[in-house]
Design a protein around this ligand. Structure first.
Ligand code: GLY
Length: 374
């Protein structure tokens, strides 16, 4: 399936997202058919390279596909300025120029750092994303956000840099470890909650296909998520307004991650953030109890991990919310719900309600943990 994204904001950009299940085996051919460059620079992380080295070496040896390989160690801590400099030096010494293209193969970390480099190397060169995790396939490879971390904060240096092509191969998901898969499922549930009711209903009816990672079903779900995100970023590339709804569950989720010093995985933090945001929506914005129950049930039935561990203090979460990097002055934006499929953007959430709901989620989980121990 081919989905075209068209961005009309500062400059017109359009690119294709190709979704299938036999892309990686034909990589060099598909890339040269869809995006021509004088030389391709593959940036890949160690883990993905280890798992697919045979196919990658075979693809890179294709004579029509002039390429170089740059391997980056895996993990969020690699999203740093030193790697930006090291990779840029490698690009220069291996002969990358403005007619070259970067190919980022991996999850969000590789996509973020390679995307950032492509936006500044020689004032910008093209980038092709090949996302290998579910979260990268439905979220980070689309929409052009790039970033690296600095010691004082996550994603502080970055740019909006739309890719030139995205190739999404569902087969990567077969070998994805369970916690990574669940990280991505949290984002899939988010799309289901913020955009109409079609995706949400489909997720509710197909729990087993999702758990079994049924290739056909996943292709369908991923293309639905991609179409939702495309519709949003086409209208608001730079997150001035509408794009903020993609942050449903994330203001609180990011604060949980940061207060836990990144020990709580993104998926668990976002699932917790979505539950808290939904409960507050029921209290303040008229979300019906039935919708709230359906959201919590879907998260439970999919087996998504959520909850706030004892070592993460409520005050640290509240402080992290106050320092949210997306705040404007003192105003912090939250995405809430009027009903499933109908989000609203607000900055009027009293701290007392946030505190109450964070504590409630923490306590209900302690009760659950105690029960399972007895
Ligand atoms: N991940 C949220 C966005 O791309 O805006």
């Amino acid at each position: 399936m081919k989905i075209k994204v068209k961005i009309y904001s500062d400059k017109y950009t359009a690119y294709n997202i190709i979704i299938g299940n036999d892309i990686f085996n034909n990589l060099s051919g598909i890339i040269t058919d869809n995006f021509r460059a004088n030389k391709y620079f593959v940036i890949i992380d160690t883990n993905v390279f280890r798992s697919y080295s045979k196919i990658i070496r075979k693809q890179l040896s294709n004579k029509n596909f002039i390429s170089e390989l740059i391997i980056l160690p895996s993990g969020e801590k690699e999203k740093n300025i030193k790697n930006v400099l090291d990779i840029s030096n490698s690009l220069l010494s291996k002969g990358a120029d403005r007619k070259s293209a970067i190919i980022a193969i991996g999850g969000g970390v590789v996509g973020d750092i390679a995307g950032f480099i492509s936006s500044i190397y020689m004032r910008g060169i093209p980038i092709i994303h090949i996302p290998t995790s579910l979260i990268a396939q439905v979220d980070s490879s689309i929409g052009g956000k790039t970033a690296i971390d600095i010691p004082k904060g996550k994603n502080i240096l970055g740019s909006f840099n739309q890719p030139n092509l995205v190739l999404t191969d569902i087969n990567f998901l077969k070998s994805l470890d369970e916690s990574e898969y669940r990280n991505g499922l949290s984002e899939v549930v988010k799309y289901g909650i913020i955009s109409g009711t079609g995706l949400f209903n489909k997720l509710e009816r197909n729990i087993n296909s999702i758990k079994k990672r049924d290739t056909k079903f996943l292709a369908n779900i991923i293309s639905t998520c991609v179409k939702i995100k495309k519709g949003i970023v086409e209208k608001d590339e730079k997150e001035n307004n509408l794009r903020r709804i993609l942050n449903f569950g994330h203001t609180i989720g990011h604060a949980i991650e940061s207060a836990s010093v990144y020990k709580v995985p993104h998926g668990r933090a976002v699932a917790s953030g979505m539950i808290i945001a939904s409960r507050i929506s029921a209290e303040l914005f008229g979300l019906k109890q039935n919708d709230l129950n359906r959201i919590e049930e879907l998260i439970n039935k999919l087996g998504l991990d959520y909850g706030i561990p004892e070592f993460v203090r409520t005050n640290d979460i509240l402080n992290a919310i106050k320092n949210d990097k997306k705040k404007s002055g003192k105003i912090i934006t939250f995405i809430m719900l009027r009903k499933i499929g109908l989000p609203l953007i607000t900055n009027k959430i009293p701290t007392g309600i946030l505190k109450k709901e964070i504590d409630k989620l923490r306590n209900s989980n302690i009760i659950k943990a105690n029960l399972s121990r007895s």
